[in-house]
Design a protein around this ligand. Structure first.
Ligand code: AMP
Ligand code: MG
Length: 497
């Protein structure tokens, strides 16, 4: 495949075949428009691994044409840029029409990884920008780039990020910052809010068209089902409930806080989407609120599972005109209640190295979480040290994390028996593949951002490499696996991005 070139007529050619399914839905779903160019763009971060998965040339990011294209300055041959319209519930309140206020869907490429939509985030004003400026700042774009790839590295369903470009163009937030654009990639960026939009407006034709599109493209099995009286829309709700449950269980197990679980930030494919004030826990604090703007703690870590169900309930209500009977919709939502605890239990058991369930495992998990919370133990470091202990290291490094060592010793005694039963070697093996050594802690992102503001992007690249293989040891990189410095607890991440 050729490296991207300017294919005449002021277009870039990425060498991909495009087939823009969402654009075919028609203009009730979006406004066609071009991104707004930014002056003198430069590359901040590039994801060579994802580029390869997508069949892009390895030299892609060395070409200025690609940098211009991924900033929105040069149209990409074959794409049909548009901003989609959606609505949503924000912080529990119906917010009415929202939409892609600063994102532009370029189109859908046919890649070796299947059909993938490319979207630019931060690419200028759209009809849905409301009071915003259509831009994203460098700081939050780097966080999204690294955050989504960290989640992918952990095996958690997420939108991906191909690259970040920056520009010196000023963007006003609490202070004046500079603009950046993230190129996001996912099979679809459709959100619960897209369905809520057409349902609230009683545009049931469009609602059905959207649901049929999603079913045909992503959930074809919903058609053939004899479950739910052969009702494909109820089956869709059930499938989305299951995927969302699995996603949130994965979040809880790894200690991920999303920060803004509004219904417009919930993917119909069960992908983690819209990385704003997200955080990987440092100390284990179940009530942790990562979003400085979330004064009520609606999206605290331990509330995420209930909020996800609340959001699915909104989706269920939106789909009701298609599902027909309320009982069917409620039955479909039940799958969340079945899948979430099952998935969470399996993930927590795996963290303890227990491939097979035995009576008492749940108590073992609950007991250690209680101790972690009581002593505010670092969540990631605890699990990694416990894994190394299972692999043969002395228990001291784990014990040292606790204030109440007697309580930990008592727990360890019980756990050791269970570990012996399970077989230490295979347990340790499972644990080292389940409990990451590296997560994208706030302070790590912050340090890379500080350097990037001074035009040193090496920190972004280093973190990308670590986060893409977070279970590997990466000798010599211990500083990225250590405790957060004192200043980390003062980092305030808000909705401002
Ligand atoms: P969020 O909570 O960040 O997912 O954003 C909620 C809504 O606000 C979405 O419709 C976004 O597109 C829009 N939005 C956020 N920031 C901006 C901005 N700077 N300019 C325009 N729209 C924005
Ligand atoms: Mg959003």
């Amino acid at each position: 495949m050729n490296k991207p070139s300017e294919a005449g007529l002021g277009q870039a050619d990425l060498g991909l075949a495009w087939d823009n399914g969402f654009a075919r839905l028609g203009e009730a779903f979006y406004t066609p428009l071009q991104p707004t160019p930014l002056p003198s763009p430069y590359l901040v971060g590039a994801n060579a691994g994802l580029a390869r998965e997508l069949g892009l040339d390895g030299a892609t990011f060395r070409s200025q044409a690609a940098v211009e294209a991924f900033t929105g300055n040069l149209p990409i041959a074959g794409t049909q840029p548009l901003a989609s319209v959606y609505s949503g519930h924000q912080f529990g309140v119906w917010a009415g029409q929202l939409g892609d206020g600063r994102a532009i869907l370029l189109g859908e490429a046919q890649t070796p990884a299947g059909p993938q939509e490319f979207q630019l985030k931060g690419s200028g004003l759209t009809p849905y920008s409301r009071m915003g400026d259509g831009r994203a700042v460098l700081r939050s774009s780097i966080r999204e780039f690294l955050g989504s790839e960290a989640m992918h590295g952990l095996g958690i369903p997420t939108t991906r990020a191909l690259c970040v470009t920056g520009s010196g163009a000023p963007v006003r937030r609490e202070e004046v910052e500079t603009a950046a654009v993230v190129t996001r990639v996912a099979p679809s960026f459709i959100r619960f809010g897209h369905f809520e939009h057409f349902s609230a407006r009683e545009q049931y034709g469009e609602l059905r068209q959207l649901a049929d599109y999603v079913i045909d493209r992503f959930y074809p099995a919903c058609r053939g089902t004899d479950q739910f009286a052969g009702n494909p829309y109820a089956a869709l709700l059930e499938q989305v409930s299951g995927r969302t449950a699995a996603m949130v269980a994965a979040w809880q197990a790894v200690g991920f806080c999303h920060g803004v679980m509004n219904t417009d930030n919930m993917s119909i494919l069960g992908l983690t989407i819209d990385y704003g004030p997200f955080q990987f826990l440092d100390a284990f604090d179940p009530g942790h609120i990562c979003n400085h703007s979330d004064e009520q703690g609606r999206y605290a870590y331990n509330r995420q599972p209930n909020v996800a169900y609340w959001n699915l309930f909104c989706l269920g209500q939106a789909l009701l005109p298609l599902v027909g009977e309320q009982d069917l919709a409620l039955a479909a939502l039940e799958s969340y209640k079945a899948v979430f605890p099952r998935e969470l239990e399996a993930r927590m058991r795996a963290k303890l190295g227990l491939a097979e369930a035995k009576e008492g495992d749940r108590e073992l998990v609950e007991a250690i979480l209680k101790l972690l919370a009581a002593d505010k133990v670092d969540y990631t470091i605890f699990w990694r040290r416990l894994s190394r202990h299972a692999a043969g290291e002395a228990a001291d490094t784990v014990r040292d994390l606790f204030l109440d060592r007697g309580a930990f010793d008592a727990w360890l005694l019980q756990y050791s028996e269970r570990l012996t039963q399970a077989g230490r070697a295979s347990a340790a093996d499972l644990m080292l593949k389940t409990n990451p050594k590296f997560v994208l802690r706030n302070h790590l992102g912050e340090l890379a951002i500080r350097d990037a503001k001074l035009k040193d992007y090496s920190g972004v690249d280093t973190l990308l490499g670590l986060m893409q293989s977070p279970f590997e040891e990466h000798p010599g990189r211990e500083e990225f696996a250590g405790f957060p410095p004192d200043w980390a607890s003062h980092i305030e991440i808000s909705c401002s991005s």
